[in-house]
Design a protein around this ligand. Sequence first.
Ligand code: NI
Length: 180
Amino acid sequence: MSDLQTQAPLLPVLICPDPQLRKMARAVTPADKAVVAKLIPSMFATMYKAPGIGLAAPQVGRHLRVITVDVAPNDVPTPIALINPEIIGASEETVVQQEGCLSVPEQYADVTRPARVKIRYLDEHWVKQEIEADGLLAACLQHEIDHLNGVLFVDYLTPLKRNMLLRKLAKAQKELKGKR
Ligand code: NI
């Protein structure tokens, strides 16, 4: 994590059921270059502060197709910023991994997703890149790309599990507000 990333202004993270989280993010164009150059360091700063392993721009109220991730493989910080990420391949094999989300604080659930994915994107220097991911990184990238389409991990749960989780979240948020 660079100094730039730690010093960038933090952004408030929207909490479910904020309707902003359900809006589709639009593709980034060269006209967005200046905005995105400011947004990415702030997204990293916000993500590390939380702390979280991934953040999507809609979670901070920006409906642009930008995500940041760092799953720190072998405890080595590995920040990746992805502009206009696109899943161009996914394995038939699926895996179940426990997921959480900064917009669904302190709630966790098992989610089934393709075990491996191939993603095409532009990096923070606007260079075309491809990444093949498995394990935690694969789940994290799919989770963050879902955010760009207004999809949350709770959408993969059965209605019963989803309602239980969302009720717990609402209760916890209410208690938190009461304490403020
Ligand atoms: Ni999330």
